[in-house]
Design a protein around this ligand. Structure first.
Ligand SMILES: [Cu+2]
Length: 261
């Protein structure tokens, strides 16, 4: 009796010891309960002297399994690639300093080494999007994919809706960063009066999108799976720049609508 009790105590102790002896390299669990319709977007701010622009839009995956990403990045420099982009563990502060975003979102502590193997994504850092889905080899990228390991439920380890993404040169220099913003989701609501919903079958209907931050003229486009990027090679006066910002916001919303609908 006594020995059996001791044995079980030892077994428990051994189990605890085994867990703490290997604190790293925990596989990322599948995320299966993301709130239906939850959507987020992060838009790279335009900076003087840089043509870099783009956004990452995210909505809950089918049935809440994982998340659907629509990544659109353009205006990358002619040299310094292939470029990487990741979800980072901290938001961008108000001064826009990308360094302040810290390291990659890595709630399961697998670290950067060995490099992410895209054939085995659960062993990659959760935030290592380009590791899992490919670096950017040209001057732009427009791609969609479903990631099964990112969470849209606040408070969970793999949640990133209050975090940021960062674009890097191949030498890891940070050339752009943006915070994710909550667009809406989970709760059916009439489209807010802040922007016009795309005309069509869903006009005035039960869109799950509301936009607390991206107000404006709404999208002139019928749909927008890939947001148009504004041309940045030509000098712009402030009026055209402003209108392009508005158009960009509309395109982002249209893209999100396309993802959700
Ligand atoms: Cu990064």
């Amino acid at each position: 009796m006594l020995s059996a009790t001791l044995y079980s105590l030892l077994a428990v102790a051994a189990g605890v010891a085994a867990q703490t002896a290997t604190p790293s390299a925990q596989d990322a669990p599948l995320v299966t309960n993301n709130p239906i319709g939850a959507s987020y977007v992060a838009v790279l701010p335009k900076k003087d002297g840089s043509s870099l622009g783009g956004s990452i839009q995210v909505v809950s995956g089918p049935g809440g399994k994982g998340a659907k990403f629509a990544v659109s990045i353009s205006g990358l420099p002619a040299e310094g690639g292939p470029f990487m982009y990741h979800i980072h563990e901290k938001p961008v502060p108000e001064n826009g300093n990308c360094t302040a975003t810290g390291a990659h979102l890595d709630p399961y502590k697998r670290g950067e080494i060995p490099l992410c193997n895209p054939e085995d994504k659960k062993q990659c850092q959760t935030g290592d999007l380009s590791g899992k889905y490919g670096n950017i080899t040209g001057s732009s990228l427009a791609v969609q994919y479903e990631d099964l390991f990112t969470s849209l439920t606040p408070g969970t380890p793999a949640f990133f809706g209050n975090l940021s993404f960062v674009v890097h040169l191949s030498n890891k220099t940070r050339i752009g960063c943006a915070n994710f913003q909550f667009l809406g989701g989970g709760i059916s609501s009439v489209a807010s009066s802040g922007y016009a919903a795309p005309t069509g079958a869903h006009h005035g209907g039960n869109s799950t999108i509301s936009s607390p931050t991206l107000t404006g003229t709404g999208s002139p486009y019928g749909n927008g799976g890939t947001p148009t990027s504004s041309s940045t090679n030509n000098p712009q006066n402030s009026d055209s720049a402003a209108s392009q910002v508005i158009l960009g916001a509309g395109a982002v919303l249209a893209g999100v609508m396309a993802l959700v609908l």
